[in-house]
Design a protein around this ligand. Structure first.
Ligand SMILES: Nc1nc2c(ncn2[C@@H]2O[C@H](COP(=O)(O)OP(=O)(O)OP(=O)(O)O)[C@@H](O)[C@H]2O)c(=O)[nH]1
Length: 220
């Protein structure tokens, strides 16, 4: 059984990597159309509950959960945003300081899948991401418990490959399918991106003019 430590709030997290006690504090943000199940995924992961009557989010909310990934203690601060267009100005100020973005759609809603690119663009526009090519995204195809699908798994995986080779998870907040795996993957993506930066800095060279030279490897 899960024994999460939770905390709720409505203040933006400070930007940058900070420690919460002995654990690393990571901010992940859930984006996607209204009704795809962002709040349900966060609540399933942190409180192990599912509400079939959940209300639309207004603005943003966050919950914390402590976990250990590959021997590292992490406090995951999960930000759930309002997917409805009318709440755009309330959610975008909270994109800053995110360490990972979880782009979410519902597999029974083609439009929500087609909008993934818009969500990615919106995130990149309002966040303070320094290196867009290395920023970690994870894609979640939610509601896989529903019988009628409008988006196939292959189609979703192809989109992920074309859009930065981001990991893809088919989830159900209702049945608790792949929810833990998806959030843990987000943490691993952040840690891997940091390791890559460290590695790049270590392996880079300074040329005669004082410029740092690095060679970039493919993400796939
Ligand atoms: N069958 C099924 N229903 C789900 C699942 N996840 C969420 N729902 C339902 O879908 C509806 C919308 O879920 P929310 O979690 O509120 O969606 P949201 O993306 O947070 O919506 P906004 O707050 O408007 O952005 C609710 O009725 C949920 O119970 C799932 O995995 N399977």
């Amino acid at each position: 059984t899960k024994q999460p430590q939770t905390q709720t709030g409505h203040q933006p997290a400070p930007a940058g990597r900070i420690m919460s006690g002995k654990s690393l504090l990571l901010k992940v943000i859930l984006l996607g159309d209204g009704g795809v199940g962002k709040s349900s995924l966060m609540n399933r992961y942190v409180t192990d509950r599912f509400d079939s009557q959940s209300f639309h989010t207004i603005g943003v909310e966050f919950l914390n959960r402590d976990l250990e990934v590959d021997g590292r203690l992490v406090t995951l601060q999960i930000w759930d945003t309002a997917g409805q267009e009318r709440f755009k100005s309330l959610r975008t100020p909270f994109y800053r300081g995110a360490d990972c973005c979880l782009l979410t759609f519902a597999v029974n809603d083609l439009q929500s899948f087609q909008n993934l690119g818009c969500w990615k663009k919106e995130f990149m526009y309002y966040s303070d991401v320094k290196d867009p090519e290395r920023f970690p995204f994870v894609v979640l195809g939610n509601k896989v418990d529903m019988e009628q699908r409008e988006v196939g798994e292959d189609e979703a995986r192809a989109w992920c490959e074309e859009n930065g080779c981001c990991p893809y998870f088919e989830t159900s907040a209702k049945d608790d399918t792949n929810v833990t795996a998806a959030f843990e993957a987000a943490v691993r993506e952040v840690l891997a991106a940091e390791d890559q930066i460290d590695h790049t800095l270590l392996s880079s060279t300074i040329d005669l003019h004082g410029n740092r030279k690095t060679s970039r490897t493919s993400c796939c």
